[in-house]
Design a protein around this ligand. Structure first.
Ligand code: KIV
Length: 270
């Protein structure tokens, strides 16, 4: 019988920050990959709303729904024995109305079994963060390039390069921590700013395109596995070329079927 594995919790992450042990987070959207990632030792599985892009093929993260996030969240939760599972709150489920935000967060926790939720933004969402946290639900924040605001930004450029936006980010980070967020994703901001925020915050920061000084790192699974060759930002390190592996395997399968080489009699029943 397999032994019980100790689950990564918000407390584990706080302890990791304290002892300067980097946190490894990756996105996951389905049972099969999540099981592999969990076995590989990933600390946090983020059911990102990037599912809207890499799973559903939308151009942005905006169209994905709460029901769809719950569906992906449940699949990942069923696979994760050790990793903490964080589910993104989709666009429209938390902005503007903190009661609606709490309702959406409760649905994610009850229906997917996730261990925490993540939402994007600073001061404008602090009331929602406070309300969700006060219901006992851990919240991860997300600042810098927040993809749900892509039409406001007008592109995927590095954020907070100019002093006013950097100053706002510093302030938003403090506000989120004060509202009870347990961790903060910093996306596509200058490394020195990410370092400063990381050192000034009591909670762990997890960077994507934010340099080496964050308390942890996150990448989108399909990008780091080389499944998505069109996306090549500077911050992306590819750990595999699965697009080639998958295409070669499928091309060989097509040939075998067409040539009646598959299945053989050994692969058939009498
Ligand atoms: O949805 C997502 O994949 C994310 C990561 C980029 C942090 O939010």
């Amino acid at each position: 019988m397999e032994g019980k594995v100790k689950r990564v919790t918000t407390r584990t992450l706080a302890e990791m920050k304290a002892r300067k042990e980097p946190i490894a987070m990756l996105t996951a959207y389905d049972y099969t990959f999540a099981r592999l990632l969990d076995e590989a030792g990933i600390d946090v599985l983020l059911v990102g709303d990037s599912a809207s892009n890499v799973i559903a093929g939308h151009e942005t993260t905006i169209p994905i729904t709460l029901d769809q996030m719950i569906y992906h969240g449940g699949a990942v939760v069923r696979a994760a024995r050790r990793a903490m599972v964080v589910v993104d709150m989709p666009f429209g489920s938390y902005q503007g109305d903190s009661k609606a935000a709490l309702h959406a967060a409760i649905r994610i926790m009850k229906e997917s079994g996730a261990h925490a939720v993540k939402l994007e933004g600073g001061e404008a969402v602090v009331e929602s963060v406070r309300r969700i946290v006060s219901a006992g639900i851990p919240v991860m924040g997300h600042l810098g390039l927040t993809p749900q605001s892509i039409y406001q930004f007008g592109g995927y450029r590095v954020r907070a390069k100019e002093p006013p936006e950097a100053e706002k980010l510093r302030r938003d980070a403090q506000l989120l921590a004060a509202a009870g967020a347990f961790a903060l994703v910093l996306e596509k901001i200058p490394a020195p700013l990410a370092q400063e925020v990381t050192e000034s915050l009591p909670i762990p920061t997890i960077g994507i395109g934010a340099g080496p000084y964050c308390d942890g790192q996150v990448l989108v699974l399909h990008d780091m596995l080389g499944l998505n060759k069109e996306f090549s930002p500077r911050f992306l390190r590819r750990y595999a070329d699965l697009a080639t592996v998958v295409k070669e395997a499928c091309t060989r399968y097509v040939q075998d079927v067409k040539q009646r080489d598959f299945p053989s009699l050994v692969e058939s029943y009498e």
